[in-house]
Write a protein that binds this ligand. Structure first.
Ligand code: RFL
Ligand code: PHB
Length: 408
């Protein structure tokens, strides 16, 4: 098999890239090790930056997002039983974010690709990237028990943190910058209306908690009395800081709700709504950057090259930024014959990535309780939160980073 761009992985990075290349008239093949149902159901991110929303719209992949996604103009910071709202548009010159699940972004892009794009092969596992430092890189992969080779002009490794493409960069050229955290997130989905209309990031002596949501699912029921009856089912997404290594099943549903209630407690009459928990999982927390992001004709994008702890809601948005940078560079090469943007890929991406690493680290250490924290650390956290709540410059810094760093 032969193509111009071999894309490994059909997560947000691989699927957005496939769409951008299709629109630019550049052919590509996507290899995905899992099946379609798995890719469309894996619960992850929920917040799209303004820049990501703009990219999806320009790519013609935003029709359902624009119908069902929820525009959010702010978040709430909760600490010391107090509430402080950060208003994005007034602090950033009009920016906001969109609540629309990563699973839905992936479903929309898979459907578009299968309808009008080129090949997207599920259950096709890349085994290795070979000859990356030549003009003819190749991806060796396995599908339906048989090994095959995809010959390419370029390979983009969008295969996430556990993928194979990063391994094709010689160890002597690789530098890894990493930090792990002594805590994780226990995340739940619950069939209950969100207890607040915006996200709530709560710092508590017992640990961090996050209140988020998914857009309501509207179901249409044929009815004899009225033409059609539509019922909205509401979905809450909530997270609790738990010790690293926690098993999701070790928390009973009622224990989760009790703990959420404690951590979100306010001095006013705010109340947490409980409902049936439909999904439970634990996410480890990590900061990780692999440099460089390019080796010859192999380019890494998204989680394959970098990980942020989810507190800043940046992972998916960074993945989109990387593939936009790659697609622009390849189009530039085709139009001008110059490889300057491809050569600058790693450097261009890393500038934005390090800002997101910084912000995600800041948000994580601002809001989580380190098990080794002293009373000094606790007071410092509260002082940092007071600073954001009380000073426009500090609040603006947070709002600008949360709504997203520019793609250029
Ligand atoms: P993905 O999504 O991991 O996709 C990689 C794909 O590659 C496939 N693959 C292979 N295919 C072929 N051959 C191989 N050898 C392969 N090895 C792997 C995998 O099956 C998979 O389909 O990486 P990508 O595309 O770079 O996307 C990154 C994002 O998924 C990730 O950064 C975000 O989910 C992070 N994240 C968040 N990001 C945000 O921007 N906003 C958020 O609100 C947000 N919240 C979150 C998050 C991540 C979370 N978890 C579970 C880590 C909340 C959570 C809880
Ligand atoms: C989510 O809704 O899944 C979500 C929202 C904000 C974050 C992380 C995850 O910072």
């Amino acid at each position: 098999m032969r193509t111009t761009v071999g894309i490994i992985g059909a997560g947000p990075a691989g699927l957005v890239l496939a769409r951008l290349l299709h629109n630019a008239g550049i052919d590509a093949v996507v290899l995905e090790s899992r099946d379609r149902a798995y890719v469309e159901q894996r619960q992850r991110a929920g917040i799209l930056e303004q820049g990501t929303v703009d990219v999806l719209r320009a790519a013609g992949a935003a029709e359902r997002m624009d119908r069902e996604g929820l525009r959010h103009d702010g978040i709430e910071l909760r600490f010391d039983r107090r509430r402080h709202r950060v208003d994005f548009p007034s602090l950033t010159g009009g920016k906001s974010v969109m609540v629309y699940a990563q699973t839905e972004v992936c479903k929309d892009l898979v459907a578009l690709r299968l309808k009008e794009g080129g090949p997207l092969l599920f259950e096709a596992e890349a085994l290795a990237v070979e000859d990356a430092d030549t003009e003819h890189p190749r991806v060796r992969f396995r599908r339906q028990g048989r090994e095959d080779v995809l010959e390419c002009d370029y390979v983009v490794g969008c295969d996430g943190f556990w993928g194979v493409s990063r391994k094709a960069i010689p160890a002597g050229l690789s530098r890894v910058h990493e930090r792990t955290y002594p805590f994780a997130w226990l995340g739940i989905l619950a069939d209950v209306a969100p207890s607040h209309d915006e996200l709530v990031y709560a710092r508590h002596d017992r640990g961090f908690a996050l209140l988020s949501m998914r857009p309501p699912v509207t179901r249409h029921h044929p009815s004899k009395e009225v033409a059609s009856l539509s019922i909205d089912s509401y979905v809450s997404r909530l997270y609790l800081q738990v010790p690293a290594g926690t098993e999701a099943q070790s928390w009973a549903d009622e224990e989760i709700w009790d703990e959420l209630e404690r951590r979100f407690e306010t001095a006013d009459d705010w109340r947490l709504h409980r409902g049936p928990i439909t999904q439970k999982s634990v996410t480890p927390m990590r900061s990780f950057v692999h440099e460089p992001m390019r080796y010859g004709r192999l380019f890494l994008a998204g989680d394959a090259a970098h990980i942020v702890p989810p507190t800043g809601a940046k992972g998916l948005n960074l993945a989109v930024g990387d593939v936009v940078t790659f697609a622009r560079a390849l189009v530039h090469r085709r139009e001008t014959g110059s490889a300057e943007l491809l050569d600058a890929y790693s450097q261009t991406c890393l500038r934005r990535i390090w800002q997101a690493e910084r912000f995600s680290y800041d948000m994580t250490t601002l809001l989580h309780r380190d098990p080794a924290a002293t009373s000094f650390d606790d007071r410092l956290q509260l002082a940092r939160l007071e600073r954001v709540a009380g000073h426009r410059a500090a609040e603006t810094d947070l709002a600008e980073a949360y709504t997203g760093f520019p793609l250029d």
